[in-house]
Design a binder for this molecule. Sequence first.
Ligand code: FMN
Length: 178
Amino acid sequence: MLKIGIILGSTREGRLSPQVGQWVKEIAEKRRDAEYEIIDIAEFKLPLLGEPGGDASGATAWSQMVAACDGFVFIVQEYNHSISGALKNALDYLRQEWNNKAAGIVSYGSVGGARAAEHLRGILGELLVADVRVHPALSLFTDFENGTVFKPKEVQADSVNQMLDQVIPWANALKTIR
Ligand SMILES: Cc1cc2nc3c(=O)[nH]c(=O)nc-3n(C[C@H](O)[C@H](O)[C@H](O)COP(=O)(O)O)c2cc1C
């Protein structure tokens, strides 16, 4: 069975990513085509990469967690037209663990997090992660109540399934070359 990690890209107090990640997981688990697990980068408490004196004890667990996955769904939020520093740092920590795996992106922001998602695609290319075309983009104005309570429009669930329809075959295909 394929293992797909649903990676929460934000770590700040009061973040919205757990609500979005849980929603993706519930949609995904109905498909019964993979094992889906939420991966919360906040739990690994990664210091900035290479920072002297930082406690990097979570780095081994982070490496093992990503290595165990065949593919990913990145829950991406827009911070200053890009991804969060926490997600960039977590991506930078590893190399081979990402290589030759598939990914989908679910983003949110004032314009659906589109600019952050496009930045992430460039980074994933460098890490040999094959990201798919379908990209559910959630609006802070119409998919969240008061910008805080996640109430996605119904059509967004279809978009998540269409994204996974592309991630799963690519995750299977890439397994053969690892
Ligand atoms: C530092 C910072 C910068 C942000 N910049 C943008 C931005 O450029 N575009 C945008 O649409 N939203 C921006 N936002 C709004 C966030 O997308 C929104 O707060 C979102 O909920 C953040 O994700 P999180 O709740 O999971 O941390 C920014 C928020 C923060 C905290």
